[in-house]
Design a protein around this ligand. Structure first.
Ligand code: ZN
Length: 500
């Protein structure tokens, strides 16, 4: 069996390498690639992706898994080998259930869909996108049906991003959360509006870059095993445990956006830099799920980066960097400004108090589309009425409404809930961490983050993708994902800021 295990690991290592090469090409595409090189790059990426797929779904892999899956049951279930075999068997099982014809049709329809979505968004004309989205919904329904029997048609889609999690679990969490978030928002809306005008004046890019680098270096992002570059849409990508890169962007009218985005991406990157080196060259050198990944980025961005303690240390430094903009703004004014709550139309610009509501709306619509209880043609109208119900604002255009996100045009259904779940996990982990590090806030106030990062390394990062998200969260916090810690965090924070 040892020989088969070695052969299996060698095959997995090579497939992982190909995936990393693909990621490197993708990183270059979004940072330094000349604009006219799209066709050349497309050819290379297609070849590499094809090779990866062929190797992963090969008969050799199937035969090895047939022998190794029963063997894995005899191993310690927490061991690297058992987790690796289990994970690959899961992914292999999924990929072999989906016919090649579906895969090629999906690739074709999403390419067309993305172009149509861009055009529809630019001209604010939903009708341009409608037939493509109808086709994509049909394809996603067909995809789900390859995995029958299921409890809910959305389950196989969600499983692609949150392995093992069920739609009913997410719905139960969101149903408990929604009325509390709506109520909190109503209370805040009745209070005076916070002045954050000092965030909407020009801040020079070099100063923003330097300040961001100082912050994430203190967090513990290892520049010896990573780097930061500029990109249109900020992202994190990994070519191995020792090469995890981030990108950021600068918006002249929204100075805070680059800084918080830098902290966010560094949170993702520190997760991957912290995976145990024994998992190198396997798909386990990754986050446990999208939600757990997002818990790390959101924690550094919000629970740390938007906290009073954090700015106690960093605000004097920021004022020194930008005396012209901030000399007359007190630390308290600044803290309130970066935590201003304002129901808005656009998800990616939403604050902590409103963000999850944007996600809940999308999840409800995705589920209704897949179930067939909502027709694509009725989507814009239903979107707007739900926006009014949850956030009290109605998009004047579809561009600022149903057409704002790229996800559906790429057929990515099942992804949205992971953003909100990530917020919940961040607060839940934070509570557990406070039990172990009672003076955490004081440490943050001194600009010290090593105990915080060390706790995450031990409890979350080192395990990579060895455990399913709900299993990991339960191991660390004692329960599966719960809405209460996040609600308690929001209530506590905003009661104080808004005098609720
Ligand atoms: Zn993120």
């Amino acid at each position: 069996m040892q020989e088969k295990l070695d052969k299996f690991k060698q095959l997995i290592a090579e497939i992982t390498d190909l995936g990393r090469a693909e990621a490197l090409l993708g990183w270059d595409q979004q940072t330094y690639m000349p604009r006219g090189s799209a066709e050349d790059r497309g050819n290379i990426l297609e070849t590499v992706a094809g090779l990866t797929h062929t190797m992963f779904t090969s008969k050799e892999m199937g035969d090895l898994l047939a022998d190794l899956a029963p063997y894995a049951d005899t191993l310690d279930p927490d061991s690297d080998d058992a987790c690796l075999i289990k994970r690959i068997a899961h992914d292999y099982g999924k990929s072999t259930r989906v016919p090649t014809e579906w895969v090629s049709e999906f690739a074709r329809v999403t390419t067309m869909g993305q172009m149509a979505w861009e055009e529809a968004k630019a001209s604010d004309d939903f009708e341009v996108f409608r037939p493509h989205l109808e086709k994509l919904v049909q394809l996603r329904q067909a995809y789900a049906n390859f995995f029958k029997p299921f409890d809910h048609i959305y389950d196989p889609l969600l499983d692609d991003f949150e392995p093992g999690m069920k739609t009913s679990e997410v719905q139960a969490i969101f149903n408990a959360l929604r009325p509390q978030q709506v109520e909190l928002l109503k209370e805040i809306a009745a209070k005076p509006v916070i002045d954050d005008s000092f965030l909407h004046i020009p801040y020079d890019e070099k100063g923003q870059w330097d300040f961001g680098i100082d912050v994430i270096t203190r967090f513990g992002y290892d520049f010896n095993r990573g780097r930061q570059d500029k990109a249109v849409h900020p992202f994190t990508t990994s070519f191995g445990i020792d090469d995890v890169r981030i990108t950021t962007r600068f918006d002249p009218d929204r100075a805070a956006s680059a800084l918080f985005s830098t902290m966010h991406e560094a949170g993702h990157a520190m997760y991957e830099q912290g995976v145990s080196k024994t998992l190198r060259r396997t798909p386990l050198a990754n986050g446990a799920s999208m939600a757990v990944h997002e818990s790390q980025s959101r924690m550094w961005e919000n629970l740390v980066g938007r906290s009073r303690a954090f700015w106690q240390f960093f605000y004097p430094r920021l004022v020194k960097q930008f005396p012209g903009q901030l000399a007359n703004v007190s630390q308290e004014q600044f803290y309130r400004g970066i935590n201003k709550v304002e129901p808005s139309l656009i998800r990616v610009e939403a604050d902590e108090a409103t963000y999850n509501l944007h996600i809940m709306l999308r999840l409800e619509l995705e589920i209704a589309l897949l179930e067939g209880s909502l027709q694509v043609g009725d989507l814009p109208q239903v979107w707007n009425s739900k926006m009014e119900e949850y956030l009290g604002v109605v998009p004047p255009t579809n561009r600022e409404g149903v057409l704002q996100d790229v996800h559906w045009s790429g057929g990515m259904m099942g992804y949205f809930p992971t953003y909100a779940l990530g917020n919940l996990v961040s607060a839940q982990l934070w509570d557990s961490m406070l039990g172990d590090i009672p003076n955490l806030e004081a440490q943050i106030g001194e600009g010290k983050f090593d105990e915080l990062l060390g706790w995450m390394r031990t409890n979350i990062h080192q395990h990579g993708a060895k455990f399913e998200p709900q299993v990991l969260v339960k191991r660390v916090t004692g329960t599966t994902i719960q809405p209460e810690p996040y609600m308690k965090y929001l209530r506590g924070k905003y009661s104080e800021i808004y005098n609720l």
